[in-house]
Design a binder for this molecule. Structure first.
Ligand SMILES: [Mg+2]
Length: 407
């Protein structure tokens, strides 16, 4: 895509008025709020895997997600508590009430973070910084939780600013002060710089965002490839044209298949899984969304249910990647299925993001890479969903389709 010099300015708005609000160590903070004995102490939520760690635990190097045994080795004095999802959902609901109380333009990113656009609220609510201060205060008094807020002219910078502000802080990146804020930061602060990319950059003496920006895009391309180079170079110059999206979008898409009580062989169950992921991948691409988390839902002969989920390193609409995650979840659940008998299998794709051309998060690959998926989608569009099916599904049908809301 050709980008003219003129459109390379940092943002279209004149004032830093995008807020990124992010609860600090969310689950652990809820636990510390509800049990005074946990306050000021290292707290780990989860058992086998660390779901959240309080700042006191993070000081010992505990991270999420991390193997629970390793976490306890790093921080033997940590108090480990089981997760209470209902309490977190309730806290999240209250925090989002405060968000929507602040501005009508709220884009929820996950259970504990959102972008808020406060442009145009100056006359009724004051400066963005004042609005942010009030929001933090309100979450503290009404929900009892610490929240960090970043303010900037772009989403990307607002998100970096909230991360820099943590824990329990506020950071404003004033209009015109973007590069001054961004360039001294370590390259790891940029979206898309994981361990591997960071290592490559470090090996070439690039540790700060400013060095990456000065290097220029073509030398960067030689190091990281064209997609990553374009993405990181744009971020290093703080270019990010995305708006705060208010439209109420679905948080997940799902499909399920009732199997009845008859015994099913593992390869048959896996074939149903293929059918479900094919269907969901198609809907995901039709809605121009990407998913990061695959959730497997199971119902057993005794009507008990179980869910298993896997979060990918990056959001994708690539069916084989999603299928890989789903198959691993199924393989892990197989002993349970053998034991209890399976009567329903379901899959959902959650953690959805937009797949628009300005998408600045990973994956870097061109969307044309998904050629097989695109071809299958087109055939189905033209000839109906029964026209193409994977070999494994022949003769089985795709199962009953449940009516669904548009994605
Ligand atoms: Mg958070």
């Amino acid at each position: 895509m050709f980008v003219s010099r003129d459109s390379e300015r940092i943002a279209t708005r004149a004032e830093a008025s995008i807020l990124h609000a992010d609860l600090d160590s969310f689950y652990a903070s809820v636990e510390q709020r509800d049990d005074p004995r946990l306050r000021g102490r290292p707290v780990i939520v989860g058992g086998g895997v660390v779901l959240a760690a309080s700042y006191e635990a993070k000081a010992f190097g505990v991270r999420t997600p991390m193997n629970g045994r390793l976490a306890r080795r790093l921080c033997p004095q940590a108090i480990v508590v089981p997760p209470r999802m209902a309490a977190y959902a309730e806290a999240s609901r209250k925090v989002f009430e405060v968000f929507r109380d602040t501005t009508p333009v709220v884009e929820g990113i996950s259970i504990d973070e959102a972008f808020l656009d406060v442009r145009g609220l100056r006359r009724i609510a004051g400066e963005p910084e004042m609005i942010a201060r009030r929001l933090r205060e309100q979450v503290r008094t009404e929900v009892g939780l610490p929240i960090s807020v970043g303010i900037a002219r772009t989403k990307f910078l607002a998100k970096v600013a909230s991360a820099v502000a943590k824990p329990d802080g506020l950071r404003l990146v004033p209009a015109g002060g973007e590069l001054e804020f961004l360039h001294p930061l370590p390259v790891e602060r940029l979206w898309g710089v994981g361990e591997v990319t960071a290592r490559t950059l470090h090996e070439h003496g690039i540790t700060k965002v400013g060095q990456l920006a000065e290097l220029g895009e073509s030398p960067l391309r030689a190091l990281l490839g064209p997609g990553a180079a374009r993405h990181l170079y744009a971020l290093a110059w703080a270019r990010d044209p995305r708006r705060v999206e208010t439209g109420r979008r679905r948080r997940s898409i799902g499909a399920q298949r009732a199997l009845g009580v008859r015994h099913r062989e593992p390869d048959e169950i896996e074939a149903y899984l293929h059918g479900l992921i094919d269907r969901l991948g198609r809907r995901l691409r039709a809605a121009d969304r990407l998913s990061r988390t695959v959730v497997l839902r199971l119902r057993f002969a005794d009507f008990a249910r179980a869910t298993r989920s896997h979060t990918l390193a990056e959001a994708t609409d690539h069916t084989p990647t999603l299928l890989g995650a789903a198959r691993r979840l199924l393989a892990d659940a197989m002993p349970l299925i053998d034991d209890r008998g399976l009567t329903l299998i379901g899959l959902s794709l959650t953690n959805l993001a937009d797949a628009d051309p300005f998408q600045l998060s990973l994956p870097f690959e061109e969307r044309a890479e998904n050629t097989l998926d695109t071809t299958l989608d087109r055939l189905r569009e033209r000839f109906g969903s029964a026209a193409v099916t994977r070999a494994a599904l022949l003769g089985r049908g795709e199962g009953l389709s449940v009516p669904l809301l548009p994605d």
